[in-house]
Write a protein that binds this ligand. Structure first.
Ligand code: FO1
Length: 327
């Protein structure tokens, strides 16, 4: 089982499939980036995962479809319809139309996802993409706004990320809907039955954070019999992908692999991890992590391709996959 976000998460899952081609992998995917635009429900992390693992993603952008065209977007711009800062490609729109119709017809997101992934992954019983929850959860980021009466306003994460390029200081975050969200049916049992649980090197604040914040997720992980191994997405003090460095300070965590590991925490200390892999650039922090009760090792964590990703996943699993001395 893997906990993951979108662009980095899908690369990680591709590596895990390469490392363990015979394993049954369930990916719990973040859905707090989801947004409704032009009447369409968009689930960026689920779609990035589905397109990437199905061989249909744009390799340069990392999101959306390969060979995409933008005629609908251009038409919307001619009509002057906002938001114009978010690019929905023509091929991608078909996915959102199917999803929105199915949701409107009453299907839960997990079933919609199963239907959509059947097209991309076939009936492959070895890979399941599961949204963290069927409920609507959306991350909003609070930024300064001198024109607002309170001096601040909250914007949807996509607006912060795509329109504002994460430039304004992130003052606070609200995960709208998280308190009432429940884990996707069956997920707690899947966690309990897993042989191995991996936390992908995805954004700790807006990708892994929301998954861990779904009520019931932390307790499911705490009582899982499988070892939980996490992989740092911060290498040498900078995120390998994305803009986690703009969000970590907001939750009081340094932009540093060891700090993120300690933020997730060791299971023995009430956190979620049994082991934490950092990049060789952060080898100096291994002792500190071990002393803090979080078993740790350093290895090359750059996801050049599925082969190199598979290699570091195997190293972590060989070292910690049978459980740790502390358990
Ligand atoms: N990212 C952008 O930087 N610009 C876009 O216009 C954009 C559109 C978009 C449409 C569908 C989709 O599934 C993803 C899209 N993304 C876009 C990526 C997305 O904003 C983020 O990278 C993730 O939500 C963060 O994981």
């Amino acid at each position: 089982m893997i906990l993951a976000g979108g662009v980095g998460g899908s690369k990680f899952v591709a590596g895990a499939r390469r490392a363990y081609p015979d394993a049954q992998i369930t990916v719990i995917v973040n859905t707090a980036d989801d947004i409704t635009m032009h009447g369409l429900r968009i689930c960026p992390d689920l779609d990035t995962m589905m397109y990437t693992l199905g061989g249909g993603s744009d390799q340069i952008r990392g999101w959306g479809r390969a060979g995409e065209t933008w005629r609908v977007k251009d038409e919307l711009a001619v009509y002057g319809v906002e938001p114009s800062w978010f690019g929905l490609g023509d091929l991608d729109i078909a996915t959102h139309l199917v999803r929105t119709q199915m949701l409107d017809a009453g299907y839960p997101l997990s079933e919609v996802t199963r239907a959509l992934t059947t097209r991309w992954l076939g009936d492959d019983p070895a890979l399941h993409l599961v949204p963290m929850t069927d409920d609507r959860v959306e991350t909003h980021i609070v930024i300064d706004d001198p024109e607002a009466a309170s001096g601040r306003r909250a914007v949807h994460f996509q607006e912060y990320w795509v329109r504002l390029h994460a430039a304004p200081e992130a003052r606070d975050m609200v995960r709208v809907g998280i308190e009432k969200a429940t884990l996707t049916p069956g997920l707690a049992n899947t966690v309990a039955a897993a042989d191995l649980i991996l936390v992908a090197p995805s954004n700790p604040v807006v990708s892994i954070g929301p998954i861990l914040a779904v009520p019931g997720m932390r307790s499911a992980l705490a009582s899982a019999s499988a070892p939980v191994i996490g992989f740092a997405g911060i290498l040498g003090g900078a995120p390998v992908l994305g803009m986690a460095h703009r969000l970590l300070p907001m939750i009081g965590v340094d932009v540093d692999a060891a700090a993120v590991g300690l933020h997730y925490g060791s299971r023995t200390g009430g956190g979620v991890l049994d082991a934490w892999l950092v990049d060789t650039a952060d080898a100096g922090s291994v002792d500190q992590l071990q002393q803090a009760g979080l078993p740790s090792m350093a290895t090359d964590l750059l996801m050049h391709d599925p082969g190199s990703t598979a290699e570091f996943i195997r190293s972590g699993v060989e070292r910690y996959g049978a459980g740790t001395a502390s358990r």
